[in-house]
Write a protein that binds this ligand. Structure first.
Ligand code: HEC
Length: 156
């Protein structure tokens, strides 16, 4: 019969697709938060280039980037379920020991981003850089406490 091997092949495909999905699910949340952080990094780069004068200030784009940081900051809480540290993640176990502080950092990031967005919307073309600095500090202070250092030589 020709049908049988065809069916078996289909079954094998279906099974491996299911397996691939399950495998992705296991690392999914870690990948998701890495992607989210990378997206925030892109937003910060856009703002940083404007702050340094590398690119000219564009209020629409700047406010959009700030709003995107706020939007993504809201998702940080749910992307760090307990037990999701370990390779390949740089998340430190202290996140779950000091969850309130960690979650507080995410909330601070969100409000700093909201403030920046509204100061740009309010046409504060002059002092938006202070708000941007606050945002940078919010990223740094969480990384300092809750993200594994890549290099031993890093001081703070
Ligand atoms: C509430 C804490 C917290 C805040 C706030 C935060 N981060 Fe992170 N970030 C982390 C942790 C924890 C990791 C490690 C995640 C992992 O590897 O699982 C990380 C990882 C990253 C990474 C590496 C992603 C990768 O591919 O490995 C980048 C880039 C990054 N953050 C950028 C930012 C930027 C930019 C901001 C500010 C706009 C920010 N983060 C704010 C906690 C935070």
């Amino acid at each position: 019969m020709v049908l049988k091997p065809v069916r078996l092949t289909m079954l094998a495909c279906l099974l491996s697709a299911t397996f691939a999905l399950a495998h992705e699910g296991a690392t999914g949340v870690v990948k998701e938060r890495m992607d989210l952080m990378k997206r925030q990094q892109d937003d910060m780069k856009l703002l940083g280039d404007m702050a340094k004068g590398k690119t000219s200030f564009d209020a629409v784009k700047a406010a959009e980037a700030a709003r995107d940081v706020s939007l993504t900051a809201k998702k940080i809480h749910e992307l760090f379920p307990e037990g999701s540290a370990g390779h390949p993640s740089d998340a430190l176990p202290s996140i779950w020991k000091e969850w309130d502080r960690f979650a507080g950092n995410a909330t601070s990031l969100e409000s700093a981003a909201d403030e920046l967005a509204s100061s740009i919307d309010g046409n504060a073309a002059q002092d938006w850089k202070a708000g941007f600095q606050k945002l940078t500090d919010a990223c740094k202070s969480c990384h300092q406490d809750f993200r594994a250092k890549k290099k031993e030589s890093e001081h703070h």
